[in-house]
Design a protein around this ligand. Structure first.
Ligand SMILES: [Zn+2]
Length: 130
């Protein structure tokens, strides 16, 4: 048993496994003297979570399908030839597009492999893109 462990019980009824603050016997989430601070932590955690969710929505709405990426790169090529786009910007766009394509290909392969493993009864392996 951890002698420095929190002596509180979690909402699920099991002993708290967090380390107790020195001299209190409680972790920061169970220490009765930190009630006011805890309230502030919860508010900050909620703000952080909503910021993450907004960022996630923004990222998802920016996702282009491969046809759109193809169109953007073709437009970049035409703009470079016309002189309205710096070639290094088109090169950067092509590099990003190549990376997007590689990530999607890896993700698709993993999904297909997982489906095959499920069909033959092999335990799934945690993978990077699944
Ligand atoms: Zn605790």
């Amino acid at each position: 048993m951890n002698t420095n462990g929190c002596t509180a019980t979690t909402k699920s009824g099991s002993p708290c496994s967090a380390t107790a603050r020195v001299g209190t016997g409680y972790c920061p989430w169970h220490d009765p003297s930190l009630e006011v601070e805890r309230h502030g932590w919860k508010i900050n955690a909620g703000r952080s979570k909503s910021t993450r969710n907004r960022a996630r929505k923004k990222i998802l709405s920016a996702a282009l399908d491969l046809h759109e990426i193809d169109g953007a790169l073709c437009q970049a090529l035409l703009d470079v030839l016309e002189g309205s786009l710096e070639p290094n910007i088109a090169t950067a766009a092509a590099t990003v597009a190549r990376t997007v394509s590689a990530i999607r290909a890896a993700s698709e392969l993993e999904a297909r492999l997982s489906a095959l493993e499920a069909q033959v009864g092999i335990a799934p392996v945690v993978r990077r893109f699944s």
